[in-house]
Write a protein that binds this ligand. Structure first.
Ligand SMILES: [Zn+2]
Length: 535
């Protein structure tokens, strides 16, 4: 069959059926009139792209790839209201088997079959008739020209429509299949290239301990818990109608635990937020972009402290590259294969602490627990059967198919389990203060929030500029034992009285340095939460 019989029908199919979620969204916004102004340019650009790829042994595999990508994208747009932008692509690249397993559902093969099946059959049904190279180049260029001409011919008169769409409905641009993926992949590759040739920028080379621990005296022991997908609005301590944090409420009443109700995350996904939390740069300064700087853990280690990253999730996103790290031991009571409940992080802490370099430990220790938290969409997997206070629970990953109440129950059970894990950690820390020369403390903050169907959006990872508050508002708590209060000079009552103000991930780097008594020129005390109350 002639090359054009592959290029034009496949481009048309991609522009129409391959973009059903986009057309659906447009009509949902009452913008059907803008449809043709967008449809023909998309069709033209796709035809131009396919014409460019029209070479023997290339066209059919690449066209098939684009068709399958469009089908995958459509599925995730339908299921979760997701859009495909560069950070979402970064997530896809850095994901692991467990995350993928959680996202699979029966509707995926159906979407693949319905959206990708017919064009795949069309592309592969008969051999393509190729011409001599020079003639093929001419044909391809003609195809590119006609495709682009069509796009321009419609886009120019439709410009007012398109411009207002682009201005008022930015997420739509990330819904154009499969061009969104082509663009995001290209951006991702372009971002990686300079990063690899540029050297890492050292941070805090002057870091020293401002208040060295007296020989045999209590050394600071901070457990820094990196939460996952916990959102501020479902946090009992923040006044949520359901008791999702009973243990922390108790610690607040009896032990002076401080809750921070107004905390903003740096990103809307793990890939952006986790490095940003540990970055010396604020979000404004570029902490949310792929980092070239050393981070908080490097500075702590350089100051002579013991640092350990314990990971119960998809890795530390480069943050722990130069410090010791480990995964929890696979206890069959807490783990299903390689996937463990967060209690597994707490279980081995005695041994982990004992194994750290004694000279460093005597100066101070920071243990980072990277939790699984409320990682979706399989919220029901984030809490054990005997810790599910909210019933019934959604047990499918097709979130839109779940009754809102059941979805909320599964999610809130994961928050309640996080509360339990934090309670266990706090009790472990308290025991360390009694048994050894330690001055323990805990800091918990989630990496980003989650959408649970508000505005038909699920999960997280929408581009920051237009992500809803549910994805950006996160819970945070701090607890300082009496020995740590003495060592750092921080008064928890003062901290509690100031906690209501706005806080963000920007504060973490400087606050941890302050609490651990690390002095360096990069520490900015205007971003040190503890500064006004002591250290
Ligand atoms: Zn995350």
């Amino acid at each position: 069959m002639p090359v054009a019989w592959v290029v034009w029908p496949v481009a048309l199919w991609l522009a129409t059926v391959g973009n059903l979620p986009l057309w659906q969204r447009l009509s949902g916004l009452g913008l059907t009139a803008g449809g043709p102004a967008l449809l023909f340019p998309v069709f033209g650009v796709l035809a131009a792209l396919l014409s460019l790829l029209a070479w023997p042994r290339l066209l059919r595999p690449l066209a098939s790839g684009l068709v399958v990508v469009a089908a995958f994208n459509s599925h995730f747009m339908w299921q979760y209201g997701a859009v495909i932008d560069p950070t979402m692509m970064a997530n896809v690249v850095h994901t692991d088997v467990r995350e993928v397993r959680d996202l699979l559902s029966w509707s995926l093969p159906l979407a693949l079959l319905g959206v990708a099946g017919p064009p795949l059959w069309w592309i592969w049904r008969r051999p393509v008739g190729w011409r001599r190279p020079v003639a093929q180049i001419a044909r391809n260029l003609a195809g590119v020209g006609i495709g682009l001409a069509l796009a321009v011919a419609v886009a120019v008169p439709g410009y007012p429509h398109l411009a207002s769409l682009a201005r008022n409905h930015k997420p739509l641009r990330y819904m154009v299949n499969p061009l969104n993926t082509v663009y995001a992949s290209a951006r991702l590759v372009a971002d990686q290239i300079p990063q690899q040739v540029q050297a890492l920028i050292p941070v805090g080379e002057d870091a020293v301990l401002a208040r060295p621990v007296a020989a045999g005296g209590p050394a600071p022991l901070l457990v820094l818990v990196v939460g996952e997908t916990a959102r501020a609005s479902d946090w009992g301590l923040n006044g949520y109608a359901r008791p999702t944090t009973p243990e922390l409420v108790d610690w607040q009443a009896r032990q002076g635990l401080v809750n921070f109700p107004d905390v903003t995350s740096c990103g809307t996904n793990t890939q952006v937020s986790v490095p940003c939390m540990f970055s010396p740069l604020t979000r404004e300064q570029g902490g949310d972009r792929p980092g070239r700087h050393e981070n908080l853990l490097d500075v702590l280690q350089r100051a002579g402290l013991a640092v350990l990253w314990l990971d119960n999730q998809s890795g530390c996103k480069g943050v722990c590259a130069r410090v010791p790290s480990a995964r929890p031991a696979p206890d069959p009571a807490l783990c299903d294969g390689d996937e463990c409940l967060d209690e597994a992080l707490v279980q081995g802490l005695d041994q982990r602490l004992a194994e750290l370099d004694p000279a460093r430990r005597a100066r101070g220790t920071v243990l980072v627990l990277h939790t699984m938290g409320s990682h979706g969409p399989a919220y029901f997997k984030r809490s054990p059967a005997d810790r599910k206070p909210f019933q019934p629970e959604c047990t499918t990953v097709s979130l839109a198919d779940c009754p809102t109440e059941a979805l909320r129950n599964g999610y809130d059970n994961s928050i309640a389990y996080t509360d339990h894990v934090l309670g266990l950690t706090l009790r472990w820390l308290e025991a360390q203060a009694r048994s050894g020369p330690f001055a323990p403390g805990l800091l918990y903050v989630s990496d980003h929030g989650e959408s649970l169907g508000e505005g038909q959006v699920y999960l997280h990872g929408l581009p920051y500029a237009f992500a809803p508050a549910e994805q950006k508002r996160v819970p945070m708590v701090a607890w300082l034992s009496a020995p740590l209060q003495r060592a750092s000079g921080v008064d928890p009552a003062c901290l509690g009285s100031r906690a209501a103000g706005p806080v963000s991930h920007d504060h973490l780097f400087h606050s941890v340095l302050g609490l651990m008594g690390v002095q360096t020129a990069v520490r900015d005390d205007t971003l040190n939460l503890f500064r006004p109350c002591g250290t």
